[in-house]
Design a protein around this ligand. Sequence first.
Ligand SMILES: Cc1ncc(COP(=O)(O)O)c(C=O)c1O
Length: 375
Amino acid sequence: MTINSVPALDLLRQYRELLPQVARAMSRVVESGAFILGPDVAAFEKEVAEWMGARFAIGVSNGTDALFIALRALGVGQNDQVLSSPFTFFATVSATVNSGAVPVFADIDPKTFNLDPNQVEQVLKKDTHKRIKAIIPVHLYGQACDMEAFQALSKKYGVFLVEDACQSIGAKIGDKKTGNWSQFGCFSLYPTKNLGAVGDAGIITTNDQELAERVLAIRNHGSKTRYVHEVIGSNFRMDTVQAAALRVFLPHLDHWIRERQKTASFYDEQLGEQEQIVVPAKASFSTHTYHQYTVRVLNGKREAFKNHLSAKKIGHMVYYPIPCHLQKALSALGYKKGDFPAAEQACEEVLSLPIFPSMTKEEQEYVVDAIKVFA
Ligand SMILES: Cc1ncc(COP(=O)(O)O)c(C=O)c1O
């Protein structure tokens, strides 16, 4: 059967075989009545911590809250600054603002799209940035940042590190997975992520017991004992039915990541020589889990490329069209166009192609052939 369209992703195809198991797991929760922080949450936390190689993994409501809780647990608040990438999903920054701190940016490495440690150091040196208390490296699209460089900066300048690992579950530097390179790793389990819940969910990892205890308290109204509130927290709990579903999905994650990597290798091989398109660079020190396969479209041709893909019914997305520093919500900070040229250029050129586990070879070839015609 010849095909004439390819979706950007197809969650149902990925999960279809597992749906009866998911339904059974969810009805087990419903029948038990243990809806809030039930045994499935504790079991999922244990299983995912083991999978990640982390001492502690704590289930929370979503990735945005994971970032907010991490900052709170480190005592970040008013009068502090938090440095991150201008080229990320806005939640990285809104978590900072909601913690009371002021967001500060440094430019990205144009090859990997990740925060550039050299640019970060330039910012850390400035007198106006002496209040930076934490850096949030974002492992964008599933590729790890240069965490050894960030660890060196953390030591040299006395700042905390919080990894925004919302897109990078399973990505490794050496043998160590993202989320283990700093005080906290923050993960989103939004349904479209490489490991997605059937609604909202998130995880925080840490290898420090005291920090884990702070997170446990903050996610549940600042309370470890019922009606005793030691700190100000809120309701950031992971839903038990989500944990039950995630326990079904987790054993498949390695396989799903490998499937994404195989598709990416095929795209690399087929599209590496095209003139208008630049395939994503792979950093020498890390693996890439291809939450997104994101190319650059050169010479101002992105709009034309998008139209071409739409005509061929090929799903595609631009993550992200506007850098954080130029978002209206942050206009009071006074940033302007030209402040972070690499991030701004990425916003104008990037485009993510279809990639998802169980994508067929025929679909991959259809995408590649369409792109070759354009390029
Ligand atoms: C880089 C990044 N940070 C933070 C988030 C926020 O995660 P969530 O949607 O689970 O709140 C996301 C997810 O969309 C993300 O991609």
